[in-house]
Design a protein around this ligand. Structure first.
Ligand SMILES: CC(C)(COP(=O)(O)OP(=O)(O)OC[C@H]1O[C@@H](n2cnc3c(N)ncnc32)[C@H](O)[C@@H]1OP(=O)(O)O)[C@@H](O)C(=O)NCCC(=O)NCCS
Length: 171
C-alpha cells in the first residue's frame, strides 16, 4: 500500500475524509443500489467499519484520490465477504457522481484486482452486484469477471436479488 495507477492513488481513509465520504454515501442516485442515501449515523458506522478492516485485514475500501489535486473522488478496494456460503474477497467501488464516466472505476478496480492476485495471492476475486445495477455489472465484466451464481441479500429491510461475479487468478 498504497495502490497507484496513472491518474489515481488509493490509500486508507481517515476521519478527515468524512466530508468526501458523505458526498458519496449521502447522494440518493449514487446509493440507489443500496436502497438510497445513508444518514449521518450510517456514514459513521461505514467509516468505523473500514478503519477496523484496515487494522484487522490490512485492506478494505480505500479512498481513491486524484494524483493531480489530492481530491478524494471515490472508494475502491477489497473486503472480506460471505457470498453463497463461502468466505471470499470482494472488489468494491463507489464513486462521487461528478466523476462518473471518466474510466476512474475501471482504473481503480483493475489495480485492486491486480493487488488481490499479486500481493494477497488469492485464487478468486468476487463482486456481488444487485441485479438492477447495470453500471456496476459493466465494470465487473470489464475486469474480466463472469457470473457464477445468484442469491438474495436482505439489507435495510429489503430482499435484493444479487449476482455473484468472479474472476479466477489463473483464468
Ligand atoms: C459503478 C460506478 C463505480 C462506475 O463508475 P465510473 O467511474 O463511471 O465507471 P467507468 O468510467 O470506469 O466506466 C467503466 C465502464 O463501466 C460501465 N458503466 C459505467 N457507468 C455506466 C452506466 N451508468 N450504465 C452502464 N454502464 C456503465 C461502462 O461499461 C463503462 O465503460 P465505457 O465508459 O467504455 O462505456 C459508478 O456508477 C458508481 O459509483 N455507482 C454507484 C455505486 C455503486 O453502485 N457501486 C457498485 C456497487 S456493487
Amino acid at each position: 500500500m498504497p495502490v497507484e495507477t496513472p491518474r489515481l492513488i488509493l490509500r486508507e481513509m481517515t476521519q478527515h475524509d468524512r466530508p468526501q465520504l458523505s458526498a458519496i454515501l449521502q447522494d440518493e442516485e449514487t446509493m440507489a443500489a443500496y436502497e438510497g442515501a445513508f444518514d449521518d449515523t450510517m456514514v459513521d458506522v461505514w467509516l468505523e467499519r473500514m478503519l477496523t478492516r484496515y487494522q484487522e485485514d490490512g485492506f478494505g475500501l480505500w479512498a481513491v484520490v486524484l494524483r493531480e489535486t489530492g481530491e478524494m473522488i471515490g472508494q475502491c478496494g477489497l473486503t472480506r465477504q460471505h457470498i453463497m456460503n463461502e468466505d471470499v474477497i470482494e472488489v468494491g467501488y463507489l464513486f462521487n457522481r461528478s466523476f462518473w464516466h471518466q474510466g476512474f472505476a475501471i482504473e481503480a478496480a483493475s489495480a485492486c484486482r491486480d493487488y488481490a492476485f499479486e500481493s494477497l495471492t488469492i485464487d478468486r476475486l468476487y463482486a456481488q452486484i444487485r441485479d438492477t445495477n447495470i453500471a456496476s455489472m459493466n465494470v465487473a465484466i470489464r475486469l474480466g469477471m463472469t457470473v457464477r451464481g445468484r442469491f438474495v441479500k436482505h439489507y435495510r429491510g429489503v430482499d435484493m436479488p444479487h449476482l455473484a461475479f468472479a474472476l479466477d487468478r489463473f483464468a
